[in-house]
Ligand binder design. Structure first.
Ligand code: SAH
Length: 349
C-alpha cells in the first residue's frame, strides 16, 4: 500500500508529465524534497526511454576571460582586478580541438567572457577553421549577448549551437544579479533571435542565486516551457570571493538535482548537462545529476595553464588536470553508475 502522500506525489508527477507543465503549488511541493527519490526515478525513466544510458560529452574550451560585463555573481566580471586575464589565439584553440578530437570529442564548446578583441571577423574566421578542420563535429558558442547580425554571421560561418543562460526569468531578480546596463528583455530577445536563426539553443539558470525563490524558479520553468530550448544548463550558484556576491550562500546539490529531474519531465528530449558547478559543490554531484535525468557532461579542454584563471566561482574542480586526465576520470565515474560515454555529436533527439 502506498501512503496518501505517495499517491498524491504520483498524481502530481503524472500530471506534470502529461501536461508538460507545472503549477506553482506543484513546484513548491516537489522542492520540499520529501519525495526526491521518487521524482528522480521518474526522471531517469523518461531520460532512458529517449536517450538510453548514453551520456554525451562536450569539450569545453574557455578561450578568453576578458569580459566587458560586470555581472555581480561572476568572477571574470570587468571590475575584478584580481584575476590574470588571458585569451587563447586561433592556433591555440585549434590545438585544443585536435587534442579533443583525438580523445573522442565530436562537440566543441567555445565559451568566454564578452571579449571585444574577438570581433565578428575574427570569430567567423575561427569558426570556419574549426569546422574545416573537424567537419564531423558540432560547434557550440557561449559568448554572450550579440546583435542579430552577429549571430547570423556566426551561423553562416558554421556554428551549430549556442548556449546563453537566461540566468533568471524574473525582472527584479535579474536586476539583483546584474548591473543596470544588462536587461532580461535583451537576454530574452537574444535567445529568440538565436532560435529563429536556426541554432540549437541552450538556456538555463543558476540554482540558489541570491534572491531566488519558488516564484522566480516558477518563472524560469515557464520561460523554458515557452522557449522550448534544445539544451538547459543549470548549476548551483557558488560565490566567488572577488565579486559583490562573495558573502552570499551557495546553492545546494539537492536543489539542483531536484530541478534537473523537474526539467527532464517538462522537456523530455532536452539535452541536460550535469555541470562542473554541480561537481564542485558536491564531490559526486555530476553522478547525482546524471542519476536524476541529466544526460550530458562537459569536460574541460582548455590548456591547463589557463584553467585556474577562468574563475567564474571559487574552488572550481579539474583546474589542475590535463584534458586526457579529465575525460579518463569522467569515463570511470560515468561507467561506475552504469552509464556510458558516447563519442558522437550527440544531437537533440
Ligand atoms: N559570457 C557568456 C558565458 C558566461 S559563463 C555568457 O554570458 O553567456 C557561463 C555561465 O556560468 C553563466 O551563464 C552563469 O550562469 C554561470 N556562472 C557565472 N558565475 C557563476 C557563479 N558564481 N556560480 C555559478 N555559476 C556561475
Amino acid at each position: 500500500m502506498t501512503s496518501v502522500l505517495g499517491d498524491d506525489f504520483i498524481s502530481i508527477v503524472d500530471e506534470i508529465e502529461r501536461n508538460r507543465n507545472i503549477s506553482k503549488e506543484q513546484l513548491s511541493q516537489l522542492l520540499d524534497g520529501h519525495e526526491a527519490e521518487e521524482l528522480r526515478q521518474r526522471a531517469v525513466f523518461v531520460r532512458e526511454k529517449i536517450y538510453g544510458k548514453n551520456v554525451y560529452i562536450r569539450g569545453l574550451i574557455e578561450f578568453t576571460n576578458y569580459c566587458k560585463n560586470n555581472c555581480y555573481y561572476c568572477g571574470i566580471r570587468r571590475n575584478n582586478k584580481n584575476i590574470a586575464r588571458y585569451r587563447i589565439n586561433e592556433a591555440g584553440i585549434l590545438a585544443c580541438c585536435a587534442e579533443g578530437y583525438r580523445l573522442g570529442f565530436r562537440t566543441f564548446v567555445l565559451q568566454g567572457g564578452e571579449d571585444e578583441y574577438f570581433t565578428d571577423e575574427r570569430l567567423c574566421r575561427l569558426i570556419g577553421s574549426i569546422k574545416a578542420g573537424f567537419s564531423d563535429c558540432a560547434l557550440t558558442l557561449s559568448i554572450g549577448e550579440k546583435n542579430r547580425e552577429s549571430y547570423e554571421a556566426y551561423f553562416q560561418a558554421g556554428a551549430d549551437r549556442y548556449l546563453l543562460r537566461h540566468e533568471t526569468a524574473d525582472d527584479d531578480h535579474y536586476r539583483r544579479l546584474h548591473p543596470a546596463e544588462l536587461s532580461l528583455t535583451n537576454r530574452k530577445e537574444c535567445l529568440q533571435n538565436l532560435k529563429d536563426i536556426g541554432y540549437q539553443v541552450g538556456a538555463g539558470f543558476m540554482v540558489g542565486s541570491p534572491g531566488q525563490s519558488v516564484d522566480t524558479i516558477y518563472e524560469d520553468l515557464q520561460f523554458l516551457r515557452e522557449l522550448q530550448p534544445h539544451m538547459v544548463g543549470i548549476g548551483p550558484f557558488i560565490p566567488q570571493h572577488d565579486t559583490p556576491l562573495a558573502q552570499e550562500t551557495a546553492g545546494t546539490c539537492n536543489m539542483t538535482v531536484t530541478l534537473l529531474s523537474i526539467i527532464r519531465l517538462l522537456l523530455p528530449h532536452v539535452l541536460l548537462p550535469a555541470t562542473t558547478a554541480l561537481g564542485t559543490i558536491d564531490p559526486t554531484g555530476r553522478e547525482k545529476g546524471l542519476l536524476a535525468g541529466a544526460n550530458v557532461v562537459m569536460p574541460n579542454l582548455s590548456p591547463r595553464d589557463v584553467r585556474g584563471k577562468y574563475a567564474l566561482y571559487d574552488k572550481k574542480i579539474c583546474t589542475g588536470e590535463e584534458a586526457a586526465e579529465c575525460i579518463a576520470c569522467l569515463k570511470k565515474r560515468v561507467e561506475n553508475i552504469g552509464y556510458s560515454i558516447v563519442c558522437d555529436r550527440g544531437d537533440y533527439k
